[in-house]
Write a protein that binds this ligand. Structure first.
Ligand SMILES: Cc1cc2nc3c(=O)[nH]c(=O)nc-3n(C[C@H](O)[C@H](O)[C@H](O)COP(=O)(O)OP(=O)(O)OC[C@H]3O[C@@H](n4cnc5c(N)ncnc54)[C@H](O)[C@@H]3O)c2cc1C
Length: 288
């Protein structure tokens, strides 16, 4: 039996005060769907668990040009909020594919990002959208680009005294098309075998910008920059997309598990990048 002291701050300031005092020996808990598993497996054994659920003001989505998603918004909020669906439809498309409604009702956006499990669905989408993460402590208030946030398997740049307060989605390029595909050969509520998020902008008959990111194929979620570079400036036609997608095979480093061998996941990464980019192209509003 693991014993710990449970603390329940009612404001961000109170949480930051607790983190300043106990950060090294404490773990934050939001939805608990990730942390409780880690504690049960004795991979983490905090002396203090700091519950975030009673903090108000971290569970709203605000739109001031950028979309500011409070850390305590649940996955279910993200799949159901009209503002999110209208502004950044790939977020709705992604979060509605996470696990089951029981998990989506409690798991939070902040928890998903801080957990940094590379098999999670929202992470490649946040990479494709060029998201930023706001981290607060008593020392500073900083924003980190999501591309600089993940440092290893379940590891991030978050310091022990920092609280992730929001995830920020910058304004997206006008007319861009997006797609999130989750390859799930087994059950509908499993983690992905391969997940791909793509954002493509087409103008003047050419791809002017492409962002492609993958989950479940490396120790962190990754961008497929070779694919992006091969697409940029090209016509959005099937042979170009197919040849560009093939380049992802060298970018992934999948682990064999019950979802498939490493070779199978590498092959599926190519297939699903091709499909996701093609779908994003079909959803883009093409400039003249
Ligand atoms: C059976 C099951 C199936 C799942 N399937 C999927 C799936 O298919 N796809 C998918 O994407 N996800 C899936 N998940 C959910 C995912 O794995 C994570 O558990 C979830 O996203 C974590 O969110 P949480 O709010 O529950 O975080 P918690 O468990 O509360 O916390 C996770 C970690 O983040 C830290 N943390 C939490 N909030 C903050 C904060 N605001 N600031 C700083 N650190 C913080 C905690 O200290 C902890 O280290 C599944 C979970 C379960 C249990």
């Amino acid at each position: 039996m693991i014993s710990f002291t449970y603390l329940e701050p009612k404001s961000v300031d109170e949480a930051l005060d607790l983190l300043a005092r106990y950060g090294d020996e404490a773990k934050l808990i939001a939805g608990g769907t990730g942390l409780v598993n880690l504690m049960k497996q004795r991979l983490v054994h905090p002396m203090y668990v700091i519950g975030l659920r009673r903090i108000s003001g971290l569970c709203a989505v605000q739109d001031d040009g950028a979309l500011r998603i409070g850390a305590l918004c649940t996955h279910h909020d993200m799949e159901t909020l009209t503002l999110v669906r209208e502004q950044v439809p790939i977020l709705t498309e992604t979060f509605q594919q996470v696990a089951s409604i029981r998990i989506r009702s409690v798991a939070t956006v902040g928890g998903a990002v801080a957990h940094a499990d590379p098999n999670q669905d929202p992470l490649p989408t946040l990479l494709a959208l060029d998201a930023r993460v706001r981290l607060r402590s008593q020392r500073e208030d900083r924003e980190v680009a999501i591309g600089d946030f993940f440092t290893g398997y379940y590891e991030t740049v978050i310091e022990p005294d920092e609280l992730l307060t929001s995830v920020i989605i910058p304004p997206q390029p006008g007319g861009c098309g997006t797609a999130f595909l989750k390859f799930l050969p087994q059950t509908h509520d499993d983690y992905a075998t391969v997940a791909v998020a793509a954002r493509v902008t087409v103008d003047g008959g050419r791809i002017t910008d492409a962002r492609v990111a993958l989950g479940a194929v490396a120790p962190t979620p990754i961008r497929a920059t070779a694919v992006e570079n091969a697409l940029r400036g090209q016509m959005p036609i099937a042979p170009i997309v197919r040849d560009a997608a093939a380049l992802v095979a060298d970018a992934v480093d999948p682990t064999a598990d019950f979802r498939g061998s490493a070779a199978y996941k590498r092959d599926m990464a190519v297939v699903f990048v091709q499909r996701a980019v093609a779908q994003a192209v079909s959803r883009a509003r093409w400039g003249a």
